[in-house]
Design a protein. Structure first.
Length: 238
């Protein structure tokens, strides 16, 4: 029988934090590892090619850009050919160009008839990518349907977006004929009008009377963001 002897005289107690180092695996190692978890799995080399990651195969995860990390995350999610794919804010924090790249990938997956559950804080993302949308506020489903159905449920108002030379007086735009709601977003006012022609005429007359100037005016049908505001009373990113 052999005995193990451990010298402990020189050991020191340390109560400092234990630090974790992340992102030290190579991209292809991560794919190989995830692939090993499943009996049914896709060819990882094919995934690398599909998501345009060939040049980064031997790059540490921590050194990938934000867009490359998201593409790798999508590749990892597809390793086992899932029937349902959960994507939690897949484009959060990405610049517009990279966001569009991710959109293209998700749209390809839709064409392959993948079932995708996607959460997002970008209304335009939901409108572009989703067949059905659920608007959730404080854990409660406020409305659900196709983007078109949700917009048709709007109060029948038209969206009028204006930029003025000077800020409007408090409450002045809300009093214009036909206006159901008025909100200021950054440097523009968004009016929801039940009678757009009358609202525009009243707006022009009001600005002329007070010496203010209309710099731009855009008219559009209600958007999903408009529906969200109607249902929750606040902007999505507040």
């Amino acid at each position: 029988m052999n005995d193990a002897i451990v010298q402990v005289e020189n050991l020191k107690k340390s109560y400092g934090p234990v630090e974790a180092v992340r992102g030290v695996s190579f991209e292809d190692e991560a794919l190989a590892l995830f692939s090993s978890f499943y009996s049914k799995r896709r060819n990882t080399a094919e995934l690398v090619r599909r998501f345009g990651l060939e040049e980064k195969r031997r790059t540490f995860y921590s050194r990938l850009s934000g867009g490359q990390k998201q593409r790798l995350a999508l590749a990892l999610a597809l390793v086992n050919e899932p029937l349902v794919l959960f994507l939690d804010e897949p484009t959060a924090g990405l610049d517009p160009q990279v966001r569009r790249e991710i959109y293209d990938i998700i749209e390809e997956l839709r064409q392959e008839k993948k079932t995708i559950l996607l959460t997002t804080h970008y209304i335009e993302e939901a409108e572009r990518l989703c067949d059905r949308v659920a608007i959730i506020d404080h854990g409660q489903v406020m409305a659900m349907g196709t983007p078109r159905e949700l917009k048709e449920r709007s109060e029948g108002t038209t969206r009028i977006q204006v930029r003025l030379a000077r800020a409007a007086q408090d409450g002045a735009l809300e009093k214009l004929e036909g206006v159901a709601d008025c909100r200021m977003f950054e440097d523009r006012y968004v009016l929801h009008s039940r009678r757009p022609p009358q609202t525009i005429v009243a707006l022009v007359k009001h600005l002329e009377a007070i010496g203010n100037e209309l710099q731009s005016l855009e008219i559009a049908a209600p958007s999903l963001e408009d529906v969200f505001i109607e249902l929750t009373g606040r902007r999505l990113r507040d």
